[in-house]
Design a protein around this ligand. Structure first.
Ligand SMILES: O=C1O[C@H](COP(=O)(O)O)[C@@H](O)[C@H](O)[C@H]1O
Length: 251
C-alpha cells in the first residue's frame, strides 16, 4: 500500500466536496480500465457526506449504469426499517441516481444474522465466479474498487468493534454480531481480510464525536497498544482519510 493520503478540510461541507471529486475521479478511472466500478457503502453519516455526488457536475457526468453497490455492514432488520443501512442509502442516495436495480446488492431479509452473513458471502463468491467482481490475487478475497467507510466515536469500522472477536476473523468474508455495543445489536459485516483486499478505501470522518478516536488513530504511539479497528484498515492500493477540522481538533 502507498502511504495514506490525509485530507484535513476546514468544514464538513468541504469534506463533502472533496469526497465527491475523489469518488467521481475513481469512477472514471475504474470504468475506463475495467468497464465497471464496484463501490461499498457504509451507513450512518457516510450517506449524507456523499450528497454532493447528486449535484452538478457529478450527477450528469458519472456513468452510473456501470456502478455496482454493496454494503460494508448491515443491521439485521427489514430493509424498510429505519435502522437499515440499505434504507438509509436508498432514501438518501440510491433512489436519486440511475444505478440499475440489478447492480445493487442489499442483504437478504428474514434470515438470522448467521444465515444472512453466510448468504451475503455466498452471493459475493458467485459474483466473483461470474466475473462481476474481481478476486485479489494476493489474498484470495473479493477485491472491491472502492470502500467508503465511516468511523464510530469508539473507533469501530463497519460493524467491527474493539472488544469483539469478529475483528480478528481471518477466513470468512462476511460475519455477524448479535451484541453490537451500538444498537441495533444484530448486524452482518465485512471482515478485515475482505475490507483490506479493496483497491481503495476512503475513511470519511467528521465532527466532534470522533475527536478522541482520531487522536488515538493518528497519535504518536498509535501502534504501541491494542489498536482500534480503524487502525487496522489497510487496502491494497491506497487509503485516503477525509477529515474535518473539528474531528482533528485534539491532534
Ligand atoms: O453503525 C455503524 O457505524 C459506522 C460508523 O458510523 P459513523 O456515522 O459514526 O461514521 C458505520 O460506518 C456503519 O456502516 C454503521 O452500521
Amino acid at each position: 500500500m502507498e502511504p495514506p493520503v490525509i485530507h484535513t478540510l476546514e468544514s464538513e461541507s468541504q469534506v463533502a466536496d472533496a469526497l465527491a471529486k475523489y469518488v467521481a475521479g475513481l469512477s472514471a478511472k475504474f470504468i475506463n480500465a475495467n468497464g465497471s466500478f464496484s463501490v461499498v457503502l457504509s451507513g450512518s453519516t457516510l450517506i449524507y457526506t456523499i450528497r454532493k455526488l447528486l449535484e452538478p457536475p457529478y450527477i450528469s457526468s458519472i456513468n452510473w449504469s456501470k456502478w455496482f453497490i454493496f454494503f460494508l455492514d448491515e443491521r439485521v432488520v427489514p430493509l424498510n426499517h429505519p435502522d437499515s443501512n440499505y434504507k438509509l442509502a436508498y432514501d438518501g442516495f440510491l433512489s436519486k441516481v440511475p444505478i440499475p436495480k440489478s447492480n445493487i446488492f442489499p442483504m437478504k431479509e428474514n434470515l438470522s444474522p448467521e444465515e444472512a452473513s453466510k448468504e451475503y458471502e455466498q452471493r459475493l463468491k458467485q459474483l466473483v465466479a461470474n466475473k462481476t467482481l474481481k478476486l485479489s490475487p494476493t489474498t484470495g478475497f473479493a477485491k472491491f474498487n472502492l470502500i467508503l467507510s465511516g468511523m464510530g466515536p469508539d473507533g469501530h469500522v463497519a460493524s467491527l468493534f474493539t472488544w469483539h472477536f469478529q475483528r480478528f476473523e481471518k477466513k470468512k468474508w462476511v460475519t455477524f454480531i448479535t451484541d453490537s455495543p451500538k444498537p441495533p445489536p444484530s448486524r452482518i459485516t465485512f471482515t478485515f481480510p475482505l475490507i483490506n483486499s479493496a483497491d481503495e478505501i476512503a475513511m470519511v470522518v467528521t465532527g466532534e464525536d470522533v475527536i478522541d478516536a482520531v487522536k488515538v488513530v493518528f497519535g504518536k504511539h498509535a501502534d504501541d497498544y491494542f489498536p482500534l479497528p480503524a487502525q487496522k484498515v489497510s487496502p491494497e492500493a491506497r487509503l485516503t482519510w477525509f477529515l474535518d477540522k473539528l474531528a482533528t481538533s485534539k491532534l
